[in-house]
Design a protein around this ligand. Structure first.
Ligand SMILES: Cc1cc2nc3c(=O)[nH]c(=O)nc-3n(C[C@H](O)[C@H](O)[C@H](O)COP(=O)(O)OP(=O)(O)OC[C@H]3O[C@@H](n4cnc5c(N)ncnc54)[C@H](O)[C@@H]3O)c2cc1C
Length: 395
């Protein structure tokens, strides 16, 4: 069989290695990715402050893949043709028997005029925009001024907005600039600490306490209408002044999924069952951010569910098992997104919050928050462990 994995980040890299280990040498696994570099996106929260170099948070996926006899093609996928089982690049295609789509998301800057790199707000969703955010931060640090950090309507990564916020505060305080740099947090969440998963344990209370301690203003249930050179305008026409604006944007599905009619939904995400198999094309699986996950509740402002790295990898492992089970006639595995464990660490300057839950979305079971400096060090240790293990191809 010929198995193609589209994308080589958390979901794609994991799916490819897991698949090869399962199906063995009689079946071919091919990975197609825009770049051979795996960027450890969670550490981009530190990058604009000069706390990480690119080589600290990036590795080339080819050596661990080649070592396992997995082929890698560096190319931009333009579209998928599920009827003919083909993955199309600009002028050639790869045929497949099974396909794992792990092409993640595209930041949707267009939905908020004036937002995004090259305009009036910055972003840390990928290395390109983080580079631009870093340059702007060093300019901003020369004079300070109002700072706004926002998690836009339709975003999924609220946690990264909080992390940037607290780290920016820490850097401003260290630089002696905090007194002339009022900080506002704007979020589409219904309450602080909702995080797109309905909150967890007593995080709302912890969040509000920290916001008061650091003197942050905050606006919840917010929708951003427009970003102008030194201000943000909300849908209700409130205006907030800002000299440095960080917005974690709305997400839409990846371009190749959006270019493939019938494959994704109206937002470009793929609807699957709990085996991570496409509803209409049984040989197509998806994992990570590419998968559509419906928010379990209606909120005033729409948000997206965070398919963070651990759930993305769990989906990838489930999809890999199910392809293996299909080929070898074994029993399939199901893993509802809601029931995946919620593990996260929020970095807050030199402190942090360890978030542990036995589910992403389902009603409560175990939920725990461990605050303190050990959480910060656990985040750093996780980064080092992750980079080392993945460079060695251990998933
Ligand atoms: C600032 C920030 C901080 C975060 N912090 C954390 C954290 O602390 N903990 C945590 O668990 N999660 C965190 N996340 C979330 C985590 O980064 C995502 O869960 C993860 O990136 C999702 O992985 P993925 O493989 O599904 O998609 P992506 O990481 O988006 O990868 C998509 C892959 O597809 C490839 N691709 C896309 N389009 C094409 C194309 N047309 N042709 C070829 N290849 C293509 C890309 O090159 C890439 O390899 C954070 C996210 C952000 C933005």
């Amino acid at each position: 069989m010929n198995i193609v994995v589209a994308g080589n980040s958390f979901a794609g890299f994991t799916a490819a290695i897991e698949l090869k280990q399962l199906v063995g040498s009689d079946h071919e696994v091919i990975v197609i990715g825009k770049s051979p570099n795996f960027v450890f996106v969670p550490s981009l929260i530190w990058y604009p402050f000069g706390l990480r170099k690119e080589e600290d948070i990036m590795f080339d996926v080819r050596p661990p893949l080649f070592q396992r006899d997995i082929k890698f093609f560096e190319a931009e996928i333009v579209r998928f043709d599920p009827e003919n089982k083909q993955v199309w690049l600009h002028d050639e295609y790869f045929p497949y028997d099974y396909l794992v789509i792990a092409t993640g998301f595209e930041p949707d800057y267009e939905s908020i005029p004036g937002s995004g790199p090259g305009k009036y707000s910055h972003c840390i969703c990928n290395l390109d925009c983080a580079r631009e955010a870093k340059k702007a931060w060093s300019d901003y640090l020369t004079h300070g001024g109002p700072l706004v950090v926002a998690a836009a309507q339709g975003t999924a990564y609220f946690a990264s907005a909080y992390e940037f916020l607290f780290n920016a505060q820490y850097q401003l305080a260290k630089a002696g600039m905090i007194s002339n740099s009022p900080i506002t947090f704007i979020t589409s969440e219904p309450f602080l600490g909702h995080l797109g998963i309905g909150g967890i344990a007593n995080i709302q209370e912890i969040g509000e306490r920290l916001f008061k301690k650091y003197n942050f203003k905050w606006i919840t249930d917010a929708s951003i209408k427009e970003v102008l050179p030194e201000k943000i305008i909300l849908e209700d026409n409130r205006e907030i002044l800002s000299r440095y604006t960080m917005i974690i944007p709305r997400f839409s599905g990846s371009n190749p999924v959006k270019n493939s009619p019938g494959l994704g939904n109206e937002h470009g995400f793929i609807e699957t069952n709990d085996e991570y198999r496409h509803h209409d094309f049984p040989e197509i699986y998806a994992a990570g951010l590419a998968v559509d996950v419906e928010p379990p509740e209606e909120t005033e402002v729409k948000y997206n569910i965070p398919r963070t790295s651990y759930p993305s990898e769990m989906m990838a492992k489930t999809a890999a098992w199910n392809i293996y089970a299909d080929i070898f006639g074994l029993e399939k595995r199901s893993l509802s997104f809601s029931d995946i464990n919620a593990y996260s660490i929020l970095a807050i300057g030199n402190q942090g919050l360890m978030i542990i839950g036995d589910h992403m979305l389902s009603p409560s079971g175990l939920e725990m928050i461990i605050p303190g400096p050990q959480a910060h060090w656990a985040k750093v240790a996780h980064e080092k462990y992750y980079m080392l293990s993945r460079r060695m191809g251990i998933v």
